[in-house]
Design a protein around this ligand. Structure first.
Ligand SMILES: Cc1cc2nc3c(=O)[nH]c(=O)nc-3n(C[C@H](O)[C@H](O)[C@H](O)COP(=O)(O)O)c2cc1C
Length: 376
């Protein structure tokens, strides 16, 4: 057990900007370059893998959620930061450009949204310095993706930097032909993407069924509600890849009953549930004009998500017990401090995930480790 680990401050340059993501730039440009991490310093990795998720022993119970890391440059960065699992940002089988930049804005909200507040309009700014005060942001990318051949070929390279106790997951979503897409069509597309990810070497597959920012076919953002689709796609996935863990990313369920229908019907083919995705809300400038060009709604994340996220984790844990199900829970949405991670774990999550804070404080996994070095 190491007790003389360096202070996190030693890894942060005095001129480090508030976000490692340059929010004024296009997503394509941002991911072609490394995160803005001026010190170029990384904390030492734990030697012991004392956490467990989906049958893997891991060095940290904190994962990078699907989002912050896309492509080898960014997944490498988070593996070097000591996360137990890094989820490659959602990929598609059909290439798609990102929504018009900016894709991120800082939301003027320093406390969680209540369920009955989801219809409210929030104000936001383009100044990254505001994040230090508010700890909430909004994001709107629309699940951009390179073509399937390009991303599938990159996955083996993304694995090279991984150390024992680290795993790579890949998130995939469906590109449906139109609003009338049948379940079999949607599932087939998800399975093509998942197959490419498995062959590329992903340890875990996550079906992103809940993107709040898809503009072409909005039903793609609500797939987590579709009992038949979830059941069918998971059983077809498991027929082909019985040993690869698979999960679904969910959004806001209107009731525990509704969540139960989906999770219970999926049965043993559902290895884990992942959530919560960003909350779909109206976000504008303080004077009421668009902050993200061309879209008035976008996904709100960070501290804003805490109440709704914790409620969903509690429901998922209760349903698992009540129905005798075996899925694990990857809980997130609003984790900002290491103590939040413990709160989510004690509410029922088996592992936690972070997106927003990973863009501001990538040392979170290390800080969590420091807080636990004498306890565990
Ligand atoms: C920059 C950014 C990009 C994201 N992209 C994706 C994505 O591609 N797929 C996905 O399932 N969720 C995506 N999300 C949502 C996160 O995975 C997460 O569910 C949500 O932001 C709540 O967690 P947080 O409060 O820790 O950010 C993204 C979030 C952020 C901040």
């Amino acid at each position: 057990m190491s007790t003389n680990l360096p202070d996190p401050k030693e890894f942060v340059d005095p001129n480090q900007p508030p976000l490692i993501y340059e929010i004024e730039k296009s997503w394509e440009e941002v991911i072609s370059k490394p995160p803005v991490w001026l010190s170029h310093k990384f904390p030492p990795l734990p030697i012991e893998a004392k956490y467990e998720f989906l049958g893997h022993k891991l060095i940290s119970p904190i994962a990078i959620a699907a989002g912050p890391a896309s492509g080898k440059i960014w997944t490498d960065f988070y593996f070097k930061m000591g996360y137990g699992m890094v989820i490659q940002k959602t990929r598609r089988t059909v290439p798609r450009l990102s929504n018009t930049q900016p894709n991120i804005a800082i939301v003027y909200l320093d406390k969680p949204v209540e369920e009955d507040g989801l219809g409210e309009t929030l104000a936001a700014s383009n100044d990254p310095r505001d994040f230090e005060k508010y700890k909430s942001m909004t994001n709107s990318f629309g699940n951009p993706s390179s073509d399937i051949l390009t991303w599938a070929k990159e996955l083996p390279d993304q694995r090279k930097i991984m150390q024992p106790g680290q795993i790579l997951a890949c998130s995939v979503t469906a590109t449906t032909p139109d609003e009338a897409a049948q379940i079999v069509e949607t599932a087939s597309d998800l399975l093509v993407g998942a197959t490419a990810a498995v062959l590329g070497g992903a340890d875990v597959i996550e079906f992103n069924l809940a993107c709040p920012n898809v503009t072409e076919n909005p039903q793609e953002g609500e797939m987590f509600q579709n009992v038949k689709l979830v059941k069918y796609v998971l059983s077809e996935f498991k027929r082909r890849f019985p040993k690869i863990p698979v999960g679904i990313k969910f959004g806001v369920y209107n009731s525990k009953e509704q969540m139960k229908k989906v999770f219970a019907e999926a049965g043993e083919n559902l290895n884990y549930v992942s959530g919560i995705n960003a909350l779909k809300m109206t976000v504008l400038t303080p004077d009421g004009s668009e902050i993200l060009p061309g879209r008035k709604t976008s996904g709100v994340c960070g501290i804003a998500d805490q109440i709704i996220a914790l409620k969903h984790i509690r429901w998922a844990a209760q349903i698992r017990q009540e129905e005798g199900l075996k899925y694990q829970i990857l809980g997130g949405g609003g984790i900002i401090e290491p103590s939040d991670a413990d709160r989510y774990l004690s509410t029922g999550a088996d592992m936690v995930q972070v997106a927003t804070i990973a863009l501001a404080d990538p040392l979170l996994a290390y800080k969590y480790r420091l807080g636990h070095r004498l306890v565990t």
